[in-house]
Write a protein that binds this ligand. Structure first.
Ligand code: FE2
Ligand code: FE2
Length: 164
């Protein structure tokens, strides 16, 4: 993996006003959807790096940042947890396609990231598998380990500080 390409792409996405608007939507624990997406992109980076997976850097970073681009407040949406869980990947994909030019890998990352809840949406690409795994790890940490995340997330980001 070319770390420079990944981090430059991620940095660009982090500053994009279309993504910054996700800050207004709460997620797990005290996290919001923007912070969660940055966490997922951070874990995706480290999974690819430490397992030595040769990924498409731009698609992985962009897919991680867009995987939850559903743009609503879950509590105010009226959706049940199940309906949100199974339906938000489609909404995120529609929104992302409206605002960005997506590759097939990026589309699959968003479409399949709720596997295995969406049982028949098996990830087609290794980048989709990585984001799916990073999403689950992030959700557990954000929900149950907020203090740990505060320090550990800080350390992870410090290591990437040359572009962050
Ligand atoms: Fe999601
Ligand atoms: Fe997510």
């Amino acid at each position: 993996m070319d770390e420079k390409i990944y981090l430059e792409t991620l940095n660009k996405m982090k500053q994009d006003s279309r993504l910054l608007c996700m800050e207004q939507y709460p997620q797990h624990g005290s996290c919001n959807t923007y912070k969660h997406s940055v966490n997922v992109a951070t874990y995706s980076f480290y999974i690819a790096k430490y397992f030595g997976i040769d990924v498409h850097e731009k698609d992985l970073a962009r897919g991680a940042m867009l995987h939850d681009f559903y743009l609503y407040n879950i509590k105010e949406s009226g959706y049940s947890a199940y309906k949100h869980g199974t339906g938000h990947a489609d909404i995120a994909l529609q929104n992302a396609m409206k605002h960005f030019e997506l590759t097939d890998i990026e589309k699959d990352i968003i479409y399949s990231h709720m596997w295995p809840l969406n049982l028949f949406r098996l990830p087609k690409y290794k980048e989709s598998v990585i984001v799916g795994a990073a999403d689950k790890i992030s959700a557990v940490i954000e929900r149950y380990m907020q203090i740990y995340m505060y320090f550990y997330g800080y350390i992870l980001r410090k290591n990437m500080a040359w572009v962050w």
